[in-house]
Design a protein around this ligand. Structure first.
Ligand code: BGP
Length: 477
């Protein structure tokens, strides 16, 4: 077996439209769910306002103004040697409310220009169709993805994109981190994934399963359409992977970890297998959940299974079975414990490079599909020295250790891995907190949490480091 990564390994970086483009009203763009989210902090959740409220600060409105800076930024990506660049298409640039019958040409042209610029630099665009960017209008009018109407609206948007960009984009993903909403108690997760708002007394969990089902059907239909448009397109899903370990060797903890994995990753089962696993349908029955799954839905799920699994990996978790709770009552919110073997970031995300090797093997053993690490990275405060340099050795350490484990998974375990695109290759707005000061980039952007800064770009130490990693195909870390 080869001891190196494949020659055509896709090294690059990842972002999402709403976290860096800005230009929230440029070119006829409509308001998205990201446009009504205020800034939070390490211990403060982001607010979700009722529409865009004058006087509130919405960090995504300007973000890092990639909309006007993308040429400069792409030339920096090229300098680092990127082979690919993962971004998303903002649904609201193409269909501003989601309900128009004709797409917005200036939005389509923006992505034509962006993809052309990438291709001119030999950088392959990798595209997510829905990355926390649902048209806000579809939330107010339909209540988000809990309404089946959104299946058709998403399919319309995705079909427009697939037809238009089929010659420029090969790798597609449907819904970013579709499984975040398994965390249904969290307002942010259900709103960003599916545009869900819950009234007191509503069954949040059942509502989440219905929305997730509608998205899984929409995704499957889009996968099928992509294959029909061009059989060479690679249609993937996107899963947030944070393995759940048992906190101890007690069989109850081992089973608790397995149950938590099931509830978090059944989304991947449906994307890959085209049907629901029995542990979930049995669980729905025990809970009395009546999820609207039609015979046509079942057919669509069956016909639209994915070609590869894209996933994010930042951390692992550990779970302990509390004697007072049944397995059905265990959730990631009520039963996670700190893993005492691991350090954590300033935002409490536990650092576990070996967990990435574990995750790569777990996906492979379960699904036997090619994998793509489309997010991984270290959110940290960076310090700009008086001479403008930024010594982000903590970020280099994090990425180096994760790449080491990734390589072992490929060279020793035989995992079929397409590529690696670290998250936030250029500083951008944090999805979870709305902060600018939670930085992931190789490229620093002069803008802070208070919305101050010139937006100037500069290189961190990690820039040169990652350039060498790519140039040596991961040999020199
Ligand atoms: C994932 C999202 C990204 C991204 C990343 C880092 O959940 O797909 O959009 O932002 O995590 O999270 P955060 O921005 O909250 O640090």
């Amino acid at each position: 077996m080869t001891q190196s990564l494949p020659k055509d390994f896709l090294w690059g970086g990842a972002v999402a439209a709403h976290q860096l483009e800005g230009g929230w009203q440029e070119g006829g763009k409509g308001i998205s769910v990201a446009d009504v989210m205020t800034a939070g902090g390490p211990n403060k959740a982001r607010g979700i306002t009722d529409g865009v409220v004058p006087g509130e600060y919405y960090p995504n409105h300007e973000a890092i103004d990639f909309y006007h800076h993308y040429k400069e930024d792409i030339s920096l990506f090229k300098e680092m040697g990127f082979k690919c660049f993962r971004t998303s298409i903002a649904w609201t640039r193409i269909y501003p409310t989601g309900e128009e019958t004709e797409p917005n040409e200036s939005g389509l042209k923006f992505y034509d220009d962006l993809f052309d610029e990438l291709i001119k630099h030999d950088i392959e665009p990798i595209v997510t169709l829905s990355h926390f960017e649902l048209p806000y209008h579809l939330v107010t009018k339909y209540g988000g993805f809990r309404n089946r109407k959104l299946i058709d609206l998403f399919v319309k948007f995705a079909t427009t994109c697939l037809q238009r960009y089929q010659g420029k984009v090969t790798y597609w993903m449907t819904f970013n981190e579709i499984n975040n909403q398994a965390n249904y108690d969290n307002d942010f997760s259900v709103f960003t994934n599916s545009g869900l708002h819950f009234e007191p007394g509503e069954n949040r969990e059942e509502g989440m399963y219905q929305a997730a089902h509608n998205e899984l059907v929409a995704s499957a239909r889009v996968v099928k359409i992509g294959h029909n448009i061009n059989p060479d397109l690679k249609m993937g899903c996107m899963i947030a992977m944070g393995p759940v370990y048992p906190a101890t060797m007690a069989p109850d903890d081992v089973l608790a970890a397995q149950k938590a994995m099931e509830k978090n990753y059944f989304f991947a089962d449906v994307h890959v297998n085209g049907f629901y696993p029995s542990f979930l349908t049995k669980y729905w029955a025990r809970q009395g959940f009546e999820i609207d799954v039609t015979a046509q839905d079942e057919q669509d799920l069956h016909n639209g299974t994915v070609d590869y699994i894209g996933f994010s990996y930042y951390m692992s978790h550990a779970i302990q079975k509390n004697e007072g709770r049944s397995f059905d009552e265990l959730t990631m919110q009520n039963s996670l414990v700190r893993n005492t073997y691991l350090e954590a970031s300033d935002w409490g995300w536990q650092i576990d490079p070996k967990g990435l090797r574990y995750a790569l093997n777990w996906f492979t053993d379960k699904y036997h599909l090619p994998l793509f690490i489309v997010e991984n990275g270290f959110g940290a405060y960076d310090k700009v020295e008086p001479d403008g340099s930024i010594h982000d050795d903590y970020r280099i350490d994090y990425l180096r250790e994760h790449i080491r484990q990734m390589k072992l998974a490929v060279t020793e375990d035989g995992v079929d891995l397409i590529g690696y695109t670290p998250w936030g290759c250029i500083d951008l707005v944090s999805a979870g907190t709305g902060e600018m000061d939670k930085r992931y980039g190789f490229i620093y952007v002069d803008k802070n949490n208070k919305n101050e800064g010139s937006l100037a770009r500069s290189k961190k130490d990690s820039f040169e480091w990652f350039k060498t990693v790519i140039a040596t195909n991961g040999e020199q870390l």
